[in-house]
Design a protein. Sequence first.
Length: 579
Amino acid sequence: MSKKPIATHFFVLLFFMSPFIPVAQQTYSEPFAPPLDIPLYLSGTFGELRPNHFHAGIDIKTQGREGQKVRAIEDGWVSRIKISPGGYGKALYITHPNGFVSVYGHLQRYGDSIQSYVKKIQYSRESFEVEIFPNEHELPVKKGDLVAYSGNTGGSMGPHLHFEIRDEATQYSLNPLLFTSIKVKDFYRPQILNIAVYPVDTNSFVNGKQETTFLEVTGWGDQHKLKSQRTIKVSGRVSFGIVAHDVMNEIPNKNGVFEVKLLDDTTQIFGLMLDKLSFATARYINSLIDYGTSVETNKRYIRTQIDTNNLLFNYDQVLSNGIFCFSDTLVHKLTWQVSDAYGNLSQLPFSVQEDTAISRFVKREIKKTPYHIQANVPDTIKNELMVLSIPANAFYQSFYFDFKQLEPDSTKLYHVFQLHNSKVPIQKNLTLSILPDADLLARYDREKLYLGYSANNKNYSSAGGKMNHDRMEASIRKLGFYTILVDTKPPVIKPINVATSEAGKPLSKIKLSIVDNQTGIRSYRATLNGQWILMEYDAKNNLLFYEIDKRMKTGENDFELVVTDNVGNKSIYRKSIKR
């Protein structure tokens, strides 16, 4: 790699802050109204690195409470309504004539006309969970209309509004901060926390070792520097990684960054821009990041190396698939550049040099197994009791797969099957099939069996599965330890409030807790005087509640709740409620 003179920077950077700097990505001038009446402060940014996906919108803080008015950002019509116990919870989709779709998630409730429309459909389907696609004439809205109230439903971990803007034609999620009418106060630069240098091949070294070198960073803005200022010595092919987060005015949140670049002097050798996202490629985040380190430490390093089966389209000007060889013995001045959507930029300079003291003939030994997985080829791993079917392109790169069958200990019902380890990610589902023995089937109802998963062969959780003829089958997306378990315990129902008044004061809700610690809740059904009633399910808090309405008559009412887990165990709770 040839050396170039260090170029003079063409803009001035302040130490703690920088002014708005236009960046070279597409911006949008649509005159959208803000989705909330309050100032917009973010607890999450677009493209943040989340488990198995990128964050497809922005999370807007709602002053620590629910019930903020949510407004349509432009004329249009409600084109989709989805309610689920997890995910976005209560979500609303509005299609606009200008080709965009706005999305509002984790809502407490909808505006009156939408709420009435949804409730009628929930009762007609006898289901809290619904997905509805109104036509353009059913629920029209005007810019600024009150369409919902902010909440904390679904997978939300605190009150906020999840907000997205999508391209209707492609269904790509677009970064809302690239819309000039969506204004967020941000003059602060991102912060760089750590970098990594990875030896790629068996004859690659970093600082004399054939293992990843992790380096801590100090400083801020243009003054970031490695805590250890020594030149990094490398031999053979290497790649790099970085951990960074964004900070904004007046809030303590550590959010995701917008753009990352790596320069060799003035030549860009790696780039990543999170200006738009596709749900079809979201899971490729597990190839972008150092997945193994994220499993161990929860730190998500953005890697320069692009794996064989990584189809993420957010890369920009990446040389040699993000793998580099510095074989000219010169000191290379590299610079990490990290920016947010408003162009606030931070830099980290560091140096690398070919390590001439390392012999190119020294090689790290690769642990070989009988099972070599080729990334682009379907494969099967099996023995007498287990079959693992692997589709093509299930993994991001080729590797030797470690498989073991372990004898059960006193805490297990059956053999444990070790499928490599939990530090290798999966893009496409694998099919795991295990043959239970006659003794297991004789002792337990086959319908109560399920597949258990553990990353460490200690604490097992349900991986689903069901008996298909004589075998337990499941679709899996994690490597680790699997075994057959049994669930004979029904869900636990605990009343929290099953009265219409307390201490002489009327109550507005009937509340119960439902918990199943093994296979989880599959379904629930509540009736009042024999008629189905709508009970909302807050899965993260194990809570069911019914808002008391005209369906509860004056006098005695017979309430019944039936809860079923994922292998068919049932619990029934009955109570006479007086109104």
